[in-house]
Design a protein around this ligand. Structure first.
Ligand code: SF4
Length: 426
């Protein structure tokens, strides 16, 4: 059963009289279980929709609609599928006490993998989930593989019942499903020979495995440090060496890099990032793979359209991961706008200094960094650090930070979005 959260005004759904709170029960004979059923079954130009209204009346609508015209129904958010695993490096265990409720959810949901590119382990699939993935052609899926050796994978996931991933992937490949995959490298567990074998197995599945990213395990001050540690520089370099070798082979044989080290793997290994071309289509940029090169490319491509901000002083706050990489990006912005950009890297005191990404900075840390720095015309803060409710990860409201800041603040994903043509820094 699905419940309507809202109906767009002047839409087909509002014309039918559908309203918030109505339950969408079935299309034809098929029961509606979740948003995937709705999206796939309601894609037909004509169908019978069974509805129970908020008042309890059951109605059947005979719907016909011109191709491409949306119905105008917004569904209530889906119930997230929970995770059966207990990885030592789980981000949930890395939360400080008191973190907001949603941060404690261990989600492992193939539906969100398809819809949003969230990585899922597929270790909690039921037979009916498998059937749906095949019937609805949920492809590509984003899969956390970690290791193809069943014993090693069960150990990484801390789940003795996790099914073998290779036969699972083979079965889906036979059904036409493709994958982006990731391996979170835990030193001493799934690196070295295990990593080599995992990459070989995934490569052996052929073109349906579109990419594999190799990411060093990320820990906060609160993670289970007695059970898991981050790779040393030498361990990261060894893992990167394996990735680079497979990438060279894939490029020679398949014309794509296929295996990619995350930016953090390069940084831990002390190696420079490869060129933007090495990331092909930046398929896993959301997973921190090629994010720096992607940002540089965006800034270069859009810099020409930026306004003249001659003489203005712009403060850029970011995480410590980006500190050494910013000068080149900001130099391009300075050249395009004639403004003076100054970058300040902010240490994360909410999760701990080992967390270096800008998107996980708390409002308290960013606010403290702003407080001591009056005299700028504008401060750019990482937009990904604020959720849809306008809250930083530490629950500080963006509005409070702006109110207390001595500098006008804008959120920015890639600088040029906050310095758009026609806008001038206030
Ligand atoms: S798969 Fe592992 S890391 Fe992901 S939510 Fe489950 S326990 Fe946490």
């Amino acid at each position: 059963m699905l419940r309507v959260a809202a109906v767009a005004p002047d839409s087909l759904a509002s014309g039918l009289g559908l309203a918030r709170g109505d339950e969408l029960l079935a299309i034809g004979e098929r029961e509606l279980g979740d948003f995937l059923d709705w999206e796939f079954l309601a894609a037909d130009p004509a169908f019978l929709l069974h509805v129970r209204t908020a008042a309890g009346e059951e109605i059947e609508f005979d719907i016909e609609r011109p191709e491409g015209l949306p119905l105008g129904v917004v569904l209530e958010p889906p119930k997230i599928r929970r995770c059966n695993n207990r990885c030592d490096f789980c981000f949930v265990d890395g939360n400080p006490a008191g973190a907001r409720k949603v941060l404690w959810i261990r989600d492992d949901d193939y539906r969100l993998s398809f819809r949003y590119g969230n990585f899922a382990t597929l270790s909690n699939l039921k037979d009916k989930d498998v059937r749906r993935i095949l019937e609805y052609r949920l492809s590509p899926l984003y899969v956390s593989v970690h290791a193809t050796d069943p014993a090693v994978r069960r150990s990484v996931l801390r789940n003795p019942k996790a099914p073998e991933i290779l036969p699972q992937l083979e079965m889906f490949v036979a059904g036409g499903i493709r994958f982006h995959t990731q391996i979170v490298v835990v030193p001493g567990v799934n690196d070295g020979e295990v990593l080599e074998h995992t990459l070989a197995d995934l490569y052996g599945l052929g073109a349906p495995v579109l990419s594999v990213s190799v990411v060093p395990v990320a820990l906060t001050s609160y993670s289970k440090h007695d059970l898991v540690r981050a790779p040393t520089s030498a361990e990261a370099a060894a893992a990167l060496g394996t990735v680079v070798r497979w990438a060279a082979r894939a490029r020679g044989e398949r014309g794509t890099g296929w295996a990619y080290g995350s930016d953090e793997l390069y940084q831990r290994a002390g190696e420079p990032f490869p060129s933007a071309e090495a990331y092909d289509g930046f398929e896993q940029v959301e997973n921190g793979v090629g994010a720096v090169r992607y940002l540089e490319g965006l800034v270069r491509a859009e810099a020409g359209a930026l306004p003249d901000l001659g003489g203005r002083r712009v403060l850029v706050l970011t995480g410590t991961a980006m500190g050494s990489l910013m000068p080149e990006v900001l130099a391009a912005l300075e050249e395009a706008t004639r403004a003076r950009f100054e970058c300040v890297t902010v240490e994360n005191t909410y999760f701990g200094p080992a967390v270096t990404t800008a998107g996980l900075l708390g409002g308290a840390d960013l606010g403290a960094a702003l407080a001591g720095r009056p005299g700028y015309d504008l401060a750019l803060l990482p937009a990904e650090a604020v959720n849809e409710d306008g809250l930083f990860v530490d629950d500080v409201p963006l509005g409070d930070l702006i109110g207390a800041s001595p500098v006008p603040v804008r959120l920015s994903y890639h600088f040029t979005d906050a310095l758009g043509a026609g806008e001038e820094a206030a």
